[in-house]
Write a protein that binds this ligand. Structure first.
Ligand SMILES: Cc1ncc(COP(=O)(O)O)c(C=O)c1O
Length: 415
């Protein structure tokens, strides 16, 4: 693909240079249509049984995006009191929120209980704590199915090398604690990892979780977690996650389970990245171009405080260059290797290394693709830089500011 921006008309006819001038850079820009489309796709993965996709809002908690999720009819999962509060603020009723926590205080758990939000417990100690503060209550437990999946060891969240969830060998202890405090285990959940394009390990974990589920009576739901990958190498024609064949294989496993269990609980999933990644880009300004000992450095205002994924996970993000409001043609003959970096005082503040890019000039815009997930939600104020603004290209083509840029007054307000 020569240009994703042009192919999908990401800015819907708006000039990205005008948007960058009006709202400043660095700037997160979202496309409502793409986000709606992906959320509708995850909502339809299972059709034969009662099924709900929970949007995993850690990926992006912008209120407007949460409202899109609500309007599309997906539920949501939350990892913290902050995420629960954002979801409630966006209008999600408590019964549409699932709180999947780990290592939290009694006070944070109590917030969920007091608001009628179902809690999943991630360890025997946390289950005990839940029993102490809410004897006789209902809850779920997060199971480690013994298999992990994911593109990087830091995003594998099940298997033998992770802090998450309760291993199969501890299920008897789960029953003992539940008995002691009169708890009703109404649901099981798992999340094996993130950004897999091949669902084989995920499907193996589904088998394991369903086998474990046979030991629990009258489960109201089983939640298989998220992790569906997106094509981060789309400019090199990487294929999309094959949702159709995935859905077929997944459903076949559920068929077998439902026959043996005798009924179908509500099946759930928790995708985050798939819902929002491709619907977001970052626009940044080129402020300096230099040659340092034979390496061409393109210096921008997209520091690791704006997008940390490349520095944190060595993640790849495709980059397009916009000059005078137009995407510069990626003509193979004219591509030149360059390292794109930000304005943070760290050598690791690099968006991509030795990447073939079309010609870049001072004041051009760098457009980082697939930044809608784990982008803004992982921003920081490192180097005392301001968090960027976010705008939405709405379905009707209008451009809407959906979160203003942080100000220095915001920073001083803590003191
Ligand atoms: C418990 C849980 N559920 C869901 C997700 C969402 O994963 P993804 O964004 O890869 O779909 C995560 C991500 O880390 C998670 O930890």
């Amino acid at each position: 693909m020569n240009s994703f921006i042009n192919e999908v008309d990401f800015f819907k006819g708006n000039n990205p240079e005008d948007i960058a001038r009006e709202y400043g850079t660095p700037l997160y820009v979202y496309n409502e249509d793409i986000i709606r489309d992906r959320m509708m796709k995850v909502a339809g993965v299972i059709t034969r049984y009662p099924y709900r996709a929970n949007y995993s809002c850690k990926t992006n908690t912008n209120l407007e995006i949460l409202k899109i999720a609500l309007s599309v009819g997906v539920n949501a999962d939350a990892m913290s009191e902050g995420e629960m509060r954002m979801l409630l603020h966006a209008g999600f009723p408590a019964e549409k929120i699932f709180y999947v926590c780990n290592n939290v205080s009694a006070d944070e758990m109590r917030f969920a209980i007091d608001n009628g939000i179902t809690v999943s417990l991630d360890s025997l100690d946390q289950l005990r704590l839940f029993g102490e503060i809410n004897p006789g209550g209902k809850c779920a437990v997060r199971i480690n199915p013994g298999v992990g999946a994911g593109v990087h060891e830091k995003v594998v969240t099940a298997g033998k090398k992770t802090k998450f969830a309760i291993p199969e060998g501890d299920i008897d202890k789960v029953f003992e604690i539940a008995d002691k405090y009169g708890l009703k285990i109404i649901g099981l959940n798992q999340h094996v990892g993130s950004q897999y394009m091949d669902p084989t390990p995920f499907l193996e974990a589904v088998d394991n979780l369903l086998r474990i589920a046979m030991r629990f009576e009258k489960l109201e739901f089983i939640d298989f977690g998220g992790g569906y990958g997106i094509p981060y190498h789309k400019l090199d024609d990487e294929k999309e996650f094959d949702m159709k064949s995935f859905s077929g294989e997944f459903t076949a496993k559920l068929d077998k389970f439902v026959r043996e269990y005798g009924s179908a609980p509500m099946f759930k999933s928790e995708p985050g990245r798939y819902c929002v990644a491709e619907g977001g880009v970052i626009l940044g300004r080129v402020h300096s171009i230099k040659d340092n000992y034979g390496v061409k450095y393109i210096g921008t205002d997209i520091g690791m405080n704006v997008l940390v994924r490349p520095s944190m996970y060595d993640s790849w993000h495709d980059i397009e260059i916009i000059s005078d409001g137009k995407v510069v043609d990626r003509d193979k003959k004219k591509m030149e290797k360059a390292t794109v970096c930000g304005n943070i005082c760290e050598s690791g503040d690099v968006l991509c290394k030795d990447r073939p890019l079309p010609e870049v000039r001072d004041n051009d815009l760098v457009c980082v693709l697939d930044a809608g997930a784990y982008g803004y939600s992982m921003c920081s104020s490192y180097n005392t830089r301001l968090r960027p603004a976010e705008v939405m290209i709405c379905s009707d083509g209008s451009v809407k500011l959906i979160r203003r840029r942080e100000t220095f007054e915001d920073m001083f307000a803590f003191y």
